[in-house]
Design a protein. Structure first.
Lengths: 114, 116
């Protein structure tokens, strides 16, 4: 099983809503990532979790709040987003940080903020 | 700061022709990845290159890595329409974090269009 599963696939939310994106993997990977991809742009790193601890936060606004409740799950909690936050949000996982290993990406959540 | 540059950014090819996409990066790394992305979809892993001189081939695509030149190439042989997509190279920035934890820094992508 080399699958990273993201839910939901599509999400429309208002600027006052609170929602969460979910990501799950059962490959035993201990590094998990959130990337944001705007249209016609490359993915940009938001957060990295290594062994369930936040190891990299790329100066992401606090309206995005990540959570890693266990080694298989990664959440991204969203609150008071802006229309410019509309993007494809990609989750990825890899065996362990620092190892020569492949990152597997989920199918993404297409987020629209209205 | 690690920077990754791809060129060309747009490539329009005729079926049956050959072409090469280039990926240059600015600091030391021996981990480079190529991904394909179709419109509205996620990233599909194509190649994982983890050492100097690594060469991998899959179908009409061949990727190579020269860590001394900080250069990777993605060569397309006898292009077909099904190869139309955006191709990203990505470099692991682990050296920027003391070697313990890195993340992928992506090039801007090459949008490939293969025409009959």
């Amino acid at each position: 099983d080399t699958e990273v599963t993201q839910t939901p696939k599509h999400l429309v939310m208002g600027m006052t809503n609170k929602k969460s994106l979910k990501c799950e993997q059962h490959m035993g990977h201990r590094a998990m990532y959130w990337y944001k991809q705007k249209a016609k742009k490359p993915p940009e790193l938001m957060f990295v979790y290594s062994y369930e601890k936040l190891s990299i936060n790329e100066s992401v606004p606090s309206r995005f709040s990540p959570e890693c409740p266990n080694s298989s799950l990664l959440n991204l909690h969203l609150h008071a987003l802006q229309p410019e936050d509309s993007a494809l949000y990609l989750c990825a996982s890899s065996r362990r940080g620092g190892q020569k290993t492949e990152a597997f990406f989920g199918q993404g959540t297409r987020l629209t903020v209205v | 700061e690690l920077k990754v540059e791809q060129n060309p950014l747009f490539l329009s090819m005729q079926e049956g022709k050959n072409y090469t996409i280039y990926c240059n990066y600015s600091t030391t790394s021996d981990r480079l990845y190529w991904y394909r992305q179709d419109p509205g979809k996620s990233l599909e892993s194509l190649f994982v290159l983890l050492s100097n001189g690594a060469v991998k081939q899959e179908g009409r695509l061949m990727a190579s890595l020269d860590t001394k030149a900080r250069l990777s190439t993605l060569h397309i042989t006898a292009a077909v329409h099904d190869l139309s997509a955006t191709y990203f190279c990505a470099v692991d920035s682990y050296m920027n974090y003391g070697g313990s934890q890195g993340n992928l820094i992506f090039g801007k992508g090459t949008k490939l269009s293969v025409k009959p």
